[in-house]
Design a protein around this ligand. Structure first.
Ligand code: HEC
Length: 503
């Protein structure tokens, strides 16, 4: 009896102490130790699950004479289960402080978890009372409590799974007969977009808002307005945050919303913050496209005619223009890249990713901005010459001579050379790039002498020339020669510490 009392006090004091400590934490700026402990939750949470279910099984089996011996240990297992449930709730609370979860699911998970801890504690106390009070009186209460604990463990686990894996994780591969019983749509319909016809989809409502819902709203909502910003309604989006507006209609590169999701990993302004997964490239493309077209809340896909290459890809994947013939490089018959070629590129220090599912094209990025970019590295690009469409050599040691390789990469549509040592001499190698749509030369030493090359690139749609030696008169000439070309001279997203010019 004495041991039980000590255990009871430990449970009570432990619970109260932890609760007190947790309540003193600043939810807006949780300390690192809290976030560190929080991440133990997925580990710790298995203890109460196992112990409480075990306690119920022991209780049930213990009613048969053959397993009577189990009865002696049931209280112990149940008490330990209750204690570990309190612990799991505590670290779970810390994990939630970090944010980034769907609020409604989090609330369900939190409260079912707390209910497990409370009811398991109560069951344990009642079982203890049963030992000396008139058994019949509490027997039924105890059974109900224990059954409720088991059900709640299941529920809390389910909501926890939904939080980590997203809704529908559990039922994704459920066979159709079971799905019918559970009232779920047949498997074939899962994952289909919510609109019947992509051309009639409203860009904001059907494409943009779901992106914000998936990646941002958990921290930018009425309950949690991080940075003073809410992203759950058009009005709030327009209102901006503590730092002012987050949207500049028509100018994605000047919109905080875009800047925040295109910063390099580890940058302190990057959203979603703290090492959470980056926004997928195609989501970034859609956001930019929407802002480019004036950030309208009514415009439909069909109305926004100008589409970058990336947006066309995304829309195709959402079911747009399946009857249209592919254009640009997509109309070309290009074989998939050789796995060995990809391996060589990776060995040379490039990041290589497919451009999309089921297309042969790849995007390639150099990862050693400070190191060298030697001949061997650049030469390895030739192995994927037909497939490479996006190439990012920005902020590398690439030289004018190194750019000679570009002449052998005819299908480039997007090229980053920002903040490199390239000059007009290197730019001459771009002349043959018939599909190049996007070129970033920000922070290079190119001069007006290169503008002819730019004007001569037939597919070029966007060029960045901020902080180059190009003169305003030169730009004027380029704009006259190529009215369809967007020439950006303004502030560029990913650069630390450079002030945004007022244009
Ligand atoms: C885990 C929580 C979290 C998530 C998820 C998140 N943010 Fe944030 N966001 C913050 C915090 C905290 C701040 C305030 C600190 C700062 O400005 O960096 C902030 C600030 C911002 C700001 C600046 C507001 C201002 O005016 O100062 C923008 C813009 C922003 N977030 C956009 C986004 C976008 C877009 C997404 C989704 C891709 C996103 N956030 C996802 C936590 C989050």
């Amino acid at each position: 009896m004495n041991g039980t009392r000590i255990a009871f006090r430990a449970l009570l004091l432990g619970g109260l102490g932890t609760a007190g400590l947790l309540l003193t934490l600043d939810a807006e700026a949780p300390p690192d130790w809290a976030l560190f402990l929080g991440r133990m939750h997925p580990l710790v949470v298995h203890l109460p699950i196992a112990l409480l279910v075990l306690a119920a099984v022991m209780e049930w089996l213990g009613r048969w004479p053959r397993f009577e011996a189990l009865q002696a240990a049931t209280s112990f297992v149940l008490g330990l289960g209750a204690l570990s449930a309190v612990g799991a709730v505590a670290v779970g609370h810390l994990l939630a402080l970090g944010g980034g979860y769907d609020e409604a699911t989090l609330a369900w998970h939190r409260w079912s978890g707390i209910a497990v801890a409370v009811l398991a504690g109560a069951a344990w106390v009642v079982r203890w009372l049963n030992q000396w009070a008139d058994r019949r009186r509490y027997e039924r209460l105890y059974t109900v409590l224990l059954a409720a604990v088991v059900v709640l463990v299941g529920l809390a686990g389910h909501f926890g799974g939904t939080l980590t894996h997203g809704a529908g994780y559990l039922t994704r591969y459920m066979p159709d007969p079971l799905r019918r019983i559970a009232g779920l749509p047949p498997r074939a319909e899962v994952g289909r977009p919510a609109f019947a016809d992509i051309d009639e989809a409203v860009i904001y409502h059907d494409l943009v808002q779901p992106i914000l819902e998936r990646h941002c709203v958990s921290c930018h909502n009425p309950g949690k307005t991080k940075g003073g910003l809410r992203l759950d309604t058009p009005e709030q989006l327009l209102q901006g945050g503590d730092g002012g507006p987050v949207l500049v209609a028509g100018r994605p590169d000047e919109s905080e919303l875009v800047r925040r999701v295109t910063l390099p990993p580890g940058h302190e302004d990057l959203m979603p913050p703290d090492g959470r997964p980056l926004l997928p490239l195609e989501d970034v493309e859609l956001l930019r496209w929407w802002i480019e077209h004036g950030a309208s809340f009514e415009m439909t896909v069909a109305e926004a005619e100008e589409r970058s290459y990336g947006v066309r890809l995304v829309l195709t994947r959402l079911g747009a223009g399946t009857e249209d013939r592919p254009t640009g490089v997509f109309a070309l018959d290009v074989p998939p890249p050789e796995p060995t070629a990809l391996a060589t590129l990776r060995e040379q220090g490039f990041v290589v990713l497919p451009l999309a599912d089921e297309v042969p094209f790849v995007q390639v990025r150099a990862t050693n901005p400070t190191g060298t970019l030697d001949e061997a590295m650049l030469a390895s690009l030739r192995a994927v010459a037909p497939q490479v469409t996006w190439l990012n050599l920005g902020r590398t040691a690439v030289t004018d001579a190194g750019l000679a390789v570009l002449a052998d990469l005819p299908h480039l549509t997007r090229l980053h050379l920002e903040r490199t040592a390239v000059t007009d001499a290197g730019l001459a190698h771009l002349r043959g790039l018939a599909y190049l749509e996007y070129l970033n030369l920000y922070g290079t030493a190119v001069t007006d002498a290169s503008l002819d090359v730019l004007a001569g690139l037939p597919a070029l749609r966007v060029v960045y020339l901020w902080q180059t030696r190009v003169t305003p008169e030169g730009v004027q000439r380029l704009r006259t020669a190529r009215p369809d070309l967007e020439v950006h001279l303004g502030w560029q997203p990913p650069d630390e510490g450079t002030p945004a010019p007022t244009d």
